[in-house]
Design a protein around this ligand. Structure first.
Ligand SMILES: *[C@@H]1O[C@H](CO)[C@@H](O)[C@H](O)[C@H]1NC(C)=O
Ligand SMILES: *[C@@H]1O[C@H](CO)[C@@H](O)[C@H](O)[C@H]1NC(C)=O
Ligand SMILES: *[C@@H]1O[C@H](CO)[C@@H](O)[C@H](O)[C@H]1NC(C)=O
Ligand SMILES: *[C@@H]1O[C@H](CO)[C@@H](O)[C@H](O)[C@H]1NC(C)=O
Length: 305
């Protein structure tokens, strides 16, 4: 029996270590400045990002803009991952950009101490990651401001962490059906990626897309860090309805879930926690109410801060 256990362990190295998992992950979602500030409305988070993470078993804490470095550091040590959402602010000079830079640096430093802190960027968040990793504005204009596309998987995607546990039917649909929604005018072209050593060494390209003229990078994962980015919007398929080009087929909606499931599982590998239950309760997004904005914005519901 012991021999069998040893052999079994060799076969499944990772299952030998007792499985330690955080089953109550809390993930930060970064806020960003509103286009025209009003009292009580200086920054926002689209509710779809919150629902995206909640659907896969995480709770959410809003990460406000313009906090001090110390405040961000304390929050970093309290949460289990962070998501940089899409949006329209500057990736080099907004409150969003500042917070993203601080958390990115903290995540990288933590990793070298064996502290696994996952970071996810969607659309603007992905563009922000390219800026943080390269220190350069490397984006180009593309004609992609409202179009659903199938993903073009790279050969390297076969070794990816991100898509490893995806069901075959979802992967097939991703490769053949237009179920990934693009809402961006800026992209990292494949050419820019290939000509920047910092990006090439840091990120494995899992998928690309084209606007008919320009090939751009659409999904990445860092080789060595738990850092992930999609130029497309996995959260929209299940939770946004304001635009006719948002896909809602059963496999499109499953895509939302499996992307979130992957990232929340990454957050389950992190063991940061709040000082006490009181501090945790105070930080959670349940303290805020989303507002119905679907009649006048691209998002059904927004949290304003
Ligand atoms: C954050 O700070 C910047 C610059 O100091 C300011 O322009 C912006 O309005 C602030 N944002 C919020 C939401 O307070
Ligand atoms: C941000 O990027 C823009 C566009 O490349 C540039 O014009 C601007 O000077 C940059 N601002 C800062 C603060 O780096
Ligand atoms: C942009 O792409 C759309 C299809 O998504 C196409 O109908 C349109 O002609 C394109 N515009 C340009 C300027 O290429
Ligand atoms: C991907 O793999 C296929 C089959 O092994 C090969 O034919 C193709 O050249 C590879 N593509 C690239 C870009 O390496």
């Amino acid at each position: 029996m012991n021999n069998f256990a040893i052999v079994f362990c060799f076969a499944l190295l990772s299952s030998c270590t007792p499985l330690k998992r955080n089953e109550k992950p809390i993930i930060g979602v970064l806020a960003q400045e509103v286009y025209s500030p009003q009292p009580q409305k200086t920054s926002y988070i689209a509710a779809s990002y919150v629902k995206f993470l909640e659907a896969a078993g995480a709770r959410v804490v809003p990460v406000m803009v313009n906090q001090t470095r110390e405040e961000y550091k304390q929050l970093f040590n309290s949460i289990n991952g962070i998501l940089y959402p899409g949006g329209g602010v500057s990736i080099n000079s907004s409150g969003y950009a500042n917070a993203a830079r601080i958390f990115y640096k903290l995540a990288i430093d933590a990793f070298s101490r064996g502290d696994y802190f996952p970071v996810w960027g969607t659309c603007l968040g992905f563009e922000e990651l390219t800026y943080l990793t390269s220190g350069k504005m490397l984006l180009s204009h593309t004609n992609t401001s409202g179009v659903a596309l199938p993903l073009i998987f790279t050969n390297e995607s076969r070794e990816s962490k991100l898509f490893n546990d995806f069901p075959v039917d979802v992967l097939n649909a991703l490769a053949t059906e237009s179920i990934t929604e693009n809402s961006h005018i800026w992209s990292l072209t494949l050419e820019s990626y290939n000509s920047n050593a910092d990006l090439r060494q840091f990120y494995r390209v899992l998928t690309t897309n084209s606007d008919g003229k320009t090939e751009f990078v659409s999904t990445v994962e860092a080789y060595d860090y738990p850092i992930y980015g999609t130029q497309w919007h996995p959260e929209k398929n299940a939770f946004e309805w304001t635009r006719p080009y948002i896909p809602h087929s059963p496999l499109a909606v499953k895509t939302t879930f499996f992307m979130a499931d992957f990232f929340v599982n990454e957050a389950r590998k992190n063991f940061h926690k709040f000082e006490d239950e009181e501090a945790e309760k105070k930080a959670l997004i349940y303290n805020y109410n989303p507002v119905y904005t679907g009649t006048k914005s691209a998002f059904e519901q927004l949290y304003f801060f």
